[in-house]
Design a protein around this ligand. Sequence first.
Ligand code: HDD
Length: 709
Amino acid sequence: MAKSPSRNSSAGARPTATGNGGETHQQAPMERGAKRGEPQDTAHLTTNHGVRISDNQNSLRAGSRGPTLLEDFVLREKIFHFDHERIPERIVHARGSGAHGVFECTRAIPELTKAAPFQAKGKQTEVFARFSTVAGGAGSVDTPRDVRGFAVKFYTDEGNWDLVGNNIPVFFIQDAIKFPDLIHSVKMEADRGYPQAASAHDTFWDFISLMPESMHMIMWAMSDRAIPRSLRMMEGFGVHTFRMVNAKGEGKFVKFHWKPVLGMQSTCWDEAVKIAGADPDFHRRDLFEAIDSGNFPAWDLGLQVFDEEFAAAQPYDVLDATKLIPEEVLPIQIVGRMTLNRNVDNFFAETEQAAFLPSNVVPGIDFTNDPLLQGRLFSYLDTQKSRLGTTNFHQIPVNAPRCPMHNFQRDGMMQTMVPTGRANYEPNSLADNGENGGPRECPETGFTTFTANDERNDGSEKLRVRAELFADHYSQARLFFRSQTAPEQAHLASAITFELSKVALEPVRTRLLSRLRNVDEELAARVAAGLAMELPAAAPAAAKTVDMDASPALSIIANAKHTLDGRKVAILFDEGSDAGEISAVRSAVEKAGGTCFTVAPKVGGIALSKGTLKADGQLAGSPSVLFDAVALVLTAEAAGKLTREGAAVQFVMDAFGHLKAIGASDGAKALLDKAGVEKDEGVTGLGADFAKAAAMRFYDREPKVRMLA
Ligand code: HDD
């Protein structure tokens, strides 16, 4: 992870689009008014039309107690603009957080693709990334159980390439025609308008129980992947099989993977629920603060590359988005690193107005016949018109290409380009008369579609069907479940049990259990037991379920990176706490790459053994769910007092229950006892062993603190 004191530099933020036809120019509104970073004439408040405002406190009235006058253009304009501030939120992925950054190629791959970002080692391409939840509205919380969107816009030298993926490598459905049904079912129920940002309700599970193809994705969505600790600690996936095409026109299949440099980490379910109350912006704040402090999050981009022969040899169809290719079968090659190094200057202008389109590909990247991908190619372009209100959404700075763009598309709502000359059609012969005839197509370097069809596609008839291999809905769901560690399997079983417990329609629960039997008998039995229900007969399966070799790469716990990098440790202190112990904990944590946050019953300053210390946060507003580990630096007297403070007891009890390291001074014992903390590897003193323990979660402790399915 790169560290640098720099923040919010304005490098490369604005589009360099040079036109829309022959001679054109674009002057962004930001430049006309307040220029980014160096505001012009900020001393004077003006109307949108540049007229200086003399009084921003009182509207114009006929006499001091009379009616307000229609003539008051200052008032009218201000209220008019305010009334129209909101735009429709995204129908899915409405809640998201974005940042700017750079993608650096670490291995040139011209033999695979002619795409500009991959032509030379060290080549840098500007990017904008947005992470999101799926089901909740724009104002919902950051930590529900949900899939996370992972969308990256590469502003390449040859146009924008958007890799619009998720933190899960497969999807619920195989064909885009089912997307509206899926989303309707998971969103708040149509008649009652709840639940918000939650899949634990009747309509979602009703739909899922009737769609066996969703079973693999359900395993992921019910796993710890769906409750990430931080946006910086999740993997990302392009999901579909794409094509890469080299300069000779040769194509290979490819799957895209993002691997977080900080490693993967998740929360406990109980923790995620409590974070939602303690800090609804937990992920957004974490991303913003990390970038703001120079701890730039980074991900390596990896590829799984294969050809038709490999594809034909797999027991599943690589065009089926409910299937993955295990890393153990086809290793991932790392080709670059994305580093997010600049927060947005304005959330609405950039993050909210960012428009990602899977149809944005550049020469060297192409689509495949995946029927889910094909449907997406239409949907995203279409949705931008209804969300951003105009076909000219590509002119909004965050969406505009950084390379020149020229064409003859003209006019439309909110046109900000100013084309000059007469050339707005092609072919034209205006250049023969000495006029600017505008741009021409470029057969040599322009985007050409990869023409070879998959040889397994006969392509002759129009059919509303799915390919035969799409029928196996359970083998990979089983693969995922069996590739998890024991604690992760328990979390998964508990999550399904919890979700189904919220389903009032009993036949839906029964139907889902009948599907789970095809995934894994033990899983089905555990969920049935958790619900106190009888196991129904297994659902008929359209294809034989095969036992694939487990893929350890699919487990978070087995691959956990024990590090304090990017992690946050709370130090709880009170009157008389040992100043030396506090600074020793702080320096050990910081040396290991973590950050510290001091918590005390009062924030204004507390007398320590030596000197006073102002706390970063007050106890009631800084519960331990917001941190990765806690250190209790307390005198026996303070600990005794805090045993009568619910927030302090809960602080320790939750840290223990959420499997975190607890470092404690000798004096803290009374509080540990009151919180029911039992000694284990994760409960330490305040020495070096604490910093080591703080980099881990202690899953062995879990059976002591909760009953899992
Ligand atoms: Fe989608 C947004 C990811 C299938 C239709 N989708 C959206 C975003 C992400 C994804 C990350 C948010 C982008 C942003 O931050 O602005 N979607 C996926 C993935 C899918 C997928 C990984 C399957 C592999 N999506 C999918 C289908 C359809 C859509 C099949 C429609 C047929 N998705 C949309 C949308 C959204 C969207 C309605 C809402 C806002 C937007 O596009 O710009 O068009």
